[in-house]
Design a protein around this ligand. Structure first.
Ligand SMILES: [Zn+2]
Length: 895
């Protein structure tokens, strides 16, 4: 029996209320459905299904499904509205929106009045429920005709024209919070939005009136007695204290507190949003907090995410506003649904990082200009550009150009090319020398990635032979892991050979058969082993260099030091006749020099070399080729007499000081002159640098320079050095977040919107770690471990997250096995070596030798301290030395 028109009307009203009112909720909607439809009829079923479909649409931000029709209304029909040509209508609409936008800006932001103003607000207050004026300010409403000629109210973002087909306040607020245009065109409105949300989140404003219906729990299917949730609660007079505190009445405040606790549980434990509707949770809540009204997930999460994100942004804004010399870094990431997402982090001088924003690029190509725009609109609108002193990103063309735009407009922001990416490319270049061997390594590793049985057999044999390391998988983006993989194959080789000979591991298929000669004693096997050994030796310094730079405390000086260490190690290795690598020498130097030049030139002001020069430890022991003419106290400085290297440093220092003076708005020519004077003092060793007393162990160069801020012979240089050592030359925080996002995305919530994904990551970081400086221990020098030449390499233990990811790679059974095997075991370029294809200039001299003497004795002590000398390095640095020009052996004054 079809529904009466009045029943259908009541259902439509309930439907609209459900969509518009975040607090109306499923229970209210359901009770209306139960009142107006009869159980067991198609109408009841249709409306029940409609509730679920609406909930999904709200959750996934999809268009709302049409309401089930009643025969009565369908029969009566509606007058067909004539639609004008779509294009003309659209441009008319755009003009109208522009006028409204202009008028709204006048009303809300007090923009200067112009001659022509359009009509005022078009919002007519609807009868009935009170509407939120903040929401009205954020939108333009349009009466439109839907596909089925139904009149609907479409809603457009006041700033960017983003369209949704219904007036849903929670959705509108959520969009506005992440809309770059609202933040920039309507700053006052945006600030009001953030503040209002945050006030709700912080409990300043009571939460909206809560739902009145409770959900039903579930009756356990086992033999436990069904729980009697209606059992009367104890009263104060007859109960224990514990029972007394069971709330008899659920206050708004307590409901809000429980909502927040539940929200935090879901966010921090990375549970799917549907968890809050899990009947077993509801059961638990009915017992733990009988009067708590359990939420409907869609309204619940949109409201709390918006409120909590606003509270977080305000708290972060307050926290960062008291700090300077922050580092901004960003990196691209793509979700399982192929949304292009960029994460933006802010790193403090203490190296604590915060996921500051995430931006989803929808239907826009991510150009340098687009990235620059997002940085200005979403970061600098909320967190002042003058708080930042560096911007870091990888080598992608749009990222490089985007960073350039930033450092050109904000000249105090130093442009940094992420050194780990650079080292990664260096290793790839080296890998090309061993392309054939890498193909075999990849195939062998993939075999064990696929074969549980093979892995078990190998593990058994390894245990028998006492080999601790198992096979590893490699990450596509991090070539350093290839070193770990190659090393694993090398170490496992004796066990592999035994297993193949004994027939416990069988390579029988077409694609894997070709591996047998490499794993069976013979010419191919021994040739492969020899090449494998060379490769592992050549990769080691670079791979460990990446590991060293991935530490939380990396400074710009450490980046240069890592390149020094690599050259030092490779030079020794390639010159050692026993190591058998002499024939690779020219090729390796070529590769090194090309990437070294990139490290030197891609970042602003030669920052890495300059930092090395300003680092108390590296300056003294790093083998720097700086030969300064002697200069006594009071003697006049003459730039002409100073070496080119010193002039380079002076240019770096002046460029940074100029940026800093622009940042603070305090131009001073005399400070620029004093800077040169203080640089000479530093280089030559005049007071206050005549006694080079550094508490090296556990002290950071940043702390060292902070101690010199008030010394009139060091203050300007200290200002520059503090910037150099405050900035974080790595976007590793973005990589960590990307793997966190990937995990959340893959593990439980593949249908989650990318905006919610980012909010989840931001909020869980906030809840778990708060807004603090962090507490990272500083070490004096980057520690790049290298093995002794000739000895068998040792494995630097690295966390093997990759192993965890293996489960994702398990191949389904019904695929073309042979094609899959070809792909796994016979890839022409498994490590994407072609990425680095280019012309490399020829040389047989290490480029780093322009600046550093690789045969310096003190450098040797720094890089490869003999065992008992570990303490000496510290003692040496702590001991006061005489003025530099007189006896400082570290400068190699003699040449
Ligand atoms: Zn917008």
């Amino acid at each position: 029996m079809p529904l009466s028109e009045s029943a259908h009307g009541a259902l439509l009203v309930a439907r609209d209320a459900f969509i518009e009112q975040q607090d109306y909720g499923i229970p209210d909607f359901k009770s209306v459905v139960e009142t107006h439809t009869v159980e067991g009829t198609p109408e009841r079923a249709a409306w029940d299904a409609h509730i679920l479909a609406l909930t999904d649409a709200l959750e996934d931000d999809k268009p709302f499904p049409e309401a089930p029709g009643s025969t009565a209304t369908a029969a009566s029909g509606k007058k067909k509205k004539k639609s004008s040509p779509a294009a003309a209508e659209e441009s008319e609409q755009q003009k109208r929106h522009t006028r409204i936008r202009f008028q709204r800006k006048l009303d809300l932001e007090g923009a200067p009045a112009a001659g022509e103003v359009g009509p005022g607000r078009t919002n007519k207050q609807q009868v009935g429920r009170k509407r939120d004026t903040l929401v009205d300010d954020l939108i333009i409403e349009e009466k439109e005709v839907s596909g089925k000629d139904k009149a609907i109210t479409a809603v457009y973002c006041i700033a960017c024209d983003h369209r949704t087909s219904h007036r849903n306040p929670a959705r509108i607020k959520e969009h506005a919070l992440q809309c770059p245009d609202v933040a920039t065109i309507f700053p006052t409105l945006f600030a009001k939005l953030v503040q209002t949300n945050a006030d709700r989140g912080n409990g300043v404003v009571p939460p909206p009136k809560v739902r009145t219906k409770q959900k039903e729990g579930i009756v356990p299917g086992n033999s436990l007695p069904a729980m009697d949730v209606d059992q009367p609660l104890p009263d104060a007079s007859s109960s224990t204290v514990k029972e007394y505190f069971t709330p008899l009445k659920m206050t708004d405040a307590r409901q809000a507190l429980l909502d927040l606790a539940l929200f935090q549980l879901v966010i921090c434990a990375a549970l799917p949003f549907s968890f809050v509707e899990n009947p077993w949770l509801i059961n638990f809540l009915l017992i733990a907090a009988p009067n708590y009204v359990t939420p409907d997930r869609s309204a619940f999460f949109i409201r709390l995410i918006t409120e909590q994100l606003s509270a977080f942004m305000l708290a972060l804004q307050r926290f960062l506003s008291q700090r300077v010399h922050l580092t901004l870094s960003f990196d691209g990431w793509s979700s399982r649904a192929h949304d292009e997402i960029y994460t933006f982090h802010t790193t403090l001088p203490s190296r604590r990082s915060f996921l500051t924003a995430g931006h989803v690029f929808k239907g826009v190509s991510v150009t340098a200009a687009a990235l620059f725009d997002v940085v200005e609109k979403r970061i600098f609108s909320m967190f002042a550009a003058v708080s930042y002193s560096a911007v870091v990103g990888d080598g992608a063309a749009n990222v490089r150009a985007g960073k350039k735009l930033i450092s050109e407009k904000y000249i105090w922001i130093i442009n940094i090319y992420d050194p780990c990416h650079n080292l990664n490319l260096f290793l790839k270049d080296l890998g090309k020398i061993f392309k054939a061997e890498l193909g075999i390594i990849s195939a062998i590793s993939n075999f064990f990635g696929q074969s549980n049985l093979g892995t078990a057999q190998l593990a058994f044999e390894r245990a028998r032979q006492g080999i601790n390391t198992g096979m590893k998988s490699a990450s596509e983006t991090r070539f350093g892991t290839t070193y770990i993989q190659a090393l694993a194959v090398k170490l496992c080789m004796p066990a592999l050979v035994t297993c193949v000979a004994a027939g416990t591991i069988i390579f029988a298929t077409k694609a894997t058969k070709r591996l047998i000669p490499y794993l069976t004693p013979g010419a191919t096997h021994y040739g492969f082993l020899a090449q494998l050994d060379c490769m592992v030796k050549l990769f080691e310094a670079g791979a460990n260099g990446i590991t060293a730079l991935e530490g939380q405390n990396t400074t710009c000086a450490d980046v240069f030091y890592v390149w020094v260490t690599i050259a030092w190690h490779l030079n020794k290795l390639l010159g050692d006749l026993n190591a058998g690598l002499v024939s690779y020498r020219d090729k390796v130097i070529e590769v090194y020099n090309a990437r070294f030049d990139q490290m030197m030139t891609e970042s602003s002001h030669g920052i890495f070399l300059f930092a090395y020069f300003l680092h108390p430890l590296y300056f003294q022991h790093g083998g720097l080729k700086l030969v300064m003419p002697a200069l006594k106290e009071g003697e006049k400085f003459d730039l002409e007499k100073y070496p080119e290297l010193f002039k380079t440093f002076r240019n770096s220092a002046r460029a940074i000081l100029k940026g800093e003076q622009t940042r603070t708005g305090k131009k001073s020519k005399s400070d620029a002159d004093r800077l040169t004077d203080q640089l000479v003092r530093w280089a030559v060793g005049l007071p206050p640098f005549h006694q080079r007393v550094y508490a090296v162990a556990g002290d950071s160069p940043l702390e060292y320079w902070k101690g010199l801020q008030r010394d009139s012979n060091a203050d300007v240089l200290a200002t520059v050095a503090i910037i150099v050592f405050s900035i974080m030359p790595s976007e590793l925080c973005d990589e960590r977040t990307a793997s966190l996002l990937g995990w959340i995305n893959a593990a439980r919530r593949s249908s989650m919107t990318p905006e919610h994904l980012i909010a989840t990551a931001q909020l869980s970081q906030w809840y778990k770690f708060g807004l603090t400086e962090g507490n990272y221990t500083h070490s004096a020098a980057a520690n790049v471990k290298v093995s002794d030449v000739g000895s068998s390499s040792t494995v630097a233990s690295t966390p093997s997250l990759l192993d965890l990811l293996n489960d994702d790679n398990v191949a389904p059974q019904d695929v073309d096995r042979e094609a899959l095997e070809q792909a796994l075991f016979n890839q022409p370029d498994p490590y994407d070596l072609a990425e680095t294809e280019r012309v490399i200039r020829s040389s047989n001299r290490w480029a780093v030798e322009d600046f550093v003497r690789l045969d310096s004795e003190s450098l040797k002590k720094l890089i490869a301290p003999e065992k008992k000398k570990d303490a000496d390095v510290v003692a040496l640095s702590q001991a006061p030395t005489a003025p530099a020009a007189a006896t400082d052996e570290d400068w190699e004054v003699d040449d």
